[in-house]
Design a protein around this ligand. Sequence first.
Ligand code: NI
Length: 257
Amino acid sequence: MLFDTHTHLNVKHFEKDEAEVVQRAIDAGVTQMGVIGFDNETIVKALELSETYEGIHPVIGWHPTEAGSYTDAVEENLIDLIKKHKIAMMGEMGLDYHWMEDPKETQQEVFRRQIRVAKKMKLPITVHNRESTEDVYRILKEEHIEDVGGIMHSFNLDSEWMERFLDLNMHISFSGVLTFKKALEVKESAKLVPLDRVLIETDAPYLSPQPYRGKRNEPSYVRYVAEELAMLRDMSFEEIAKITTDNANQLFGFTKE
Ligand code: NI
């Protein structure tokens, strides 16, 4: 059993063969996925997929590259959908200083607003961080994210930063980046991450793991992330699969402690 905590089966890359992609995931043992909506279109599609297939959990929020279009109406719609569809997690949200589609101030404001919604709804969040680590950390800390926790998605930082995010009650999710030969800091973090706070994901269609680097990623490939993590921790694939799946189920609120 594997749980891909962050995937975008809801984007156009999967329009033509979504059923086959889901079947390959099932064949690879991927029984659950968090399908991440990040704007109106992808949110609608995430909800639709969750009604079509077993084990698909829609996660909804507003991506930092869409920050300029976040309005009161968007926020009210998110709240309505969370209630109506019993959404388990909010996101993705955060900051993206790579693409810088909107000014930092706008991104930060939209990030804070969504954190406040998540806290009101008592939901964990999934966080996008690209070239914005200092500000992401500061905002999570100032907004007291520890009350609900969440996921540092596609974690690609060193173990010092990892410790700081762990202190804020965040989980650490590794993507295909973990399989890249040169990702030494990320591998080091994976060696040290507490086993009750580690998750795996694909971020499909992006960030394909070895041996598919550069090609379209898909949820079935999350097993390569699990294999790499198992190797780094000197554990079996089955143990890593169980640990990461249990952690995800707990964070999404599907199991009681
Ligand atoms: Ni994503």
